[in-house]
Design a protein around this ligand. Structure first.
Ligand SMILES: [Zn+2]
Length: 123
């Protein structure tokens, strides 16, 4: 008998608005936001979430193999999760010309903030 499954526990995640549970060898949540490093253990945040950088599988595929729901995830706190969601929207689903078109009609103050973000990211 293989003993490896004895240490696995059930963890859940929301995948395309469906709650999915799977047996995993360890907790995918460590309690630290990967982006801003705020920590549950230090009392800086009360919870973390797993953000999907992309949805690589159909919901049917994930329901048949629930472990897949945990792929392509980043642990994050709520404020950073909102930013991750915005970037996924911009980077996954939208063509570049559409994004540039939107940037061109943003108020100047938002355009300047975007330029500052891009500058800091590149350097
Ligand atoms: Zn964060």
């Amino acid at each position: 008998m293989v003993e490896t499954s004895q240490k696995k526990k059930m963890y859940s995640i929301v995948y395309q608005r469906k709650r999915i549970s799977a047996l995993l060898p360890e907790n995918p949540r460590k309690g630290i936001c990967r982006a801003c490093k705020r920590s549950r253990a230090k009392g800086e945040i009360t919870q973390t979430q797993l953000h999907h950088t992309s949805y690589a599988y159909s919901i049917g595929t994930v329901k048949r193999n629930p472990v897949l729901a945990f792929e392509n995830t980043v642990e994050t706190d709520y404020p950073c999760h909102r930013i991750f969601d915005a970037f996924r929207e911009i980077l996954d689903k939208t063509n570049i010309e559409r994004v540039v078109g939107v940037l061109r009609v943003l108020p100047p103050s938002q355009q300047e903030k975007f330029k500052e973000i891009a500058k800091r990211f590149i350097s």
